[in-house]
Write a protein that binds this ligand. Structure first.
Ligand SMILES: O=C(O)[C@H](O)[C@@H](O)[C@@H](O)[C@H](O)CO
Ligand SMILES: [Mg+2]
Length: 382
């Protein structure tokens, strides 16, 4: 079999799908995208396609190594997201050619289902009680929200109180009937993270995500030393070589690699195994579309240390399209009682409505995240 063509479709709300065609009529789909930099990733995919066309899609490991090592420079969000989406599509092709789901090619199921969690509250945590109530009604009991709004390098008690009040309201309303992760979203400096975590600890969030930016990873073990709360990070790390360092340094209880940013299934399957060897949990990051989610689920279903899965149904970013809009058979993502169940369909197990994809790609938005500034005009982390 030979790769004949790579076609990219930038799509509402902020996604990009990749279709890889072969000379035997089998096609694979992937989702190479960095939110807000879709065009850069699209250019990277087409640069890589110069090598890929004519190659045997079955040789995923060799193609991955060529894409990663063959261009001298490596890593980072753009290239690793391009490789991720291509890798997902290659696994889709392999599964379809052999007639089995990707998880079967990775050794088969280690579990019968994986718990899902949902975002509530938007960019600035608001209406979280109402959001949780609505999602509980459809079976979710695990949630994530932004832990705070903009937070100055050294900020005041009112900002800390606002963050604490939000979680106090959640515990007041639901007690321990539900769990929630707090995403600091990289908004918080190391000094303020120490203050916030101490004040939030009594409300027992399930985890604190990105308490500091990935470039401040040396603080993970220091923050972990001051709290019993599990610390999670990974959405802004892009290869096992980055995850190697944070695992070695300690401090992270949960790794959150993104299957569309960190090199795809081939790379994230290895990251999952590395995490397991350090007794660290896996919870793939996925605020994206259905192909990215499917790739996450296949890794979840073969990784014993997978604990819960992010998915974007109802997420505040999905303006203009929802998670399953481009999926022909919504049952491809069987959910029950807040859990996903494995599909028996070959490959990634997602049938994409190509006609709709082509149609919607004609008006693809150039989504950008908001640029936040402090009252003094300096740039704030979003
Ligand atoms: O945990 C999450 O889902 C992420 O922090 C998410 O909010 C960001 O990755 C966002 O998609 C960036 O544009
Ligand atoms: Mg996050």
């Amino acid at each position: 079999m030979k790769i004949t063509r790579l076609t990219t479709y930038r799509l509402p709300p902020r996604w990009m799908f990749l279709k890889i065609e072969t000379d035997e009529g089998i096609t694979g789909w992937g989702e190479p995208v960095i939110e807000g930099r879709a065009r850069s990733v699209e250019a990277a995919v087409h640069e890589l396609s110069e090598y890929l066309v004519g190659q045997d899609p079955a040789r995923i490991n060799d193609l991955w190594q060529v894409m990663y090592r063959g261009g001298f420079y490596r890593g980072g969000p753009i290239l690793m997201s391009a490789i991720a989406g291509i890798d997902q599509a290659l696994w889709d092709i392999k599964g379809k050619a052999l007639g089995v789901p990707v998880y079967q090619l990775l050794g088969g199921l280690v579990r019968d289902s994986i718990k899902a969690y949902s975002w509530v509250g938007g960019d600035r945590p608001a209406e979280v009680i109402d959001g949780i109530q609505k999602l509980r009604a459809i079976g979710f009991d695990t949630f994530k929200l932004n832990g705070c709004e903009e937070m100055g390098i050294i900020d005041n008690s009112r900002k800390v109180d606002a963050a604490v009040n939000t979680v106090a309201q959640i515990r007041e309303a639901f007690g321990s009937e539900i769990e929630f992760g707090l995403d600091f979203h990289g908004r918080v400096s190391a000094p303020m993270a120490k203050v916030l975590i101490k004040e939030l600890e009594p409300y027992r969030p399930l985890f604190i995500e990105e308490p500091v930016l990935a470039e401040q990873a040396e603080y993970y073990p220091r923050l972990a030393a001051q709290t019993h709360l599990p610390i999670a990070a990974g959405e802004r790390m892009f290869s096992r070589f980055e995850f190697k360092r944070v695992l070695e340094a300690g401090g992270l209880a949960i790794l959150q690699p993104d299957l569309s940013h960190a090199g795809g299934i081939t790379e994230c399957y290895k990251i999952a195994a590395m995490a397991e060897s350090y007794d660290v949990a896996l919870a793939p990051h996925c605020p994206l579309g259905p192909i990215a989610l499917a790739a996450c689920l296949h890794v979840d279903f073969v990784s014993r240390n997978a604990v819960f899965q992010e998915q974007s149904m109802g997420i505040h970013y999905n303006q203009g399209a929802e998670l399953l809009d481009y999926v022909i058979n919504k049952d491809d993502f069987k959910m029950d009682d807040g859990h996903f169940y494995p599909s028996n369909k070959p490959g990634l197990g997602v049938e994409i409505n190509e006609e709709l994809v082509i149609e919607r790609s004609k008006n693809a938005p150039d989504w950008r995240n908001p640029l936040w500034r402090f009252p003094d005009g300096s740039v704030a982390e979003w």
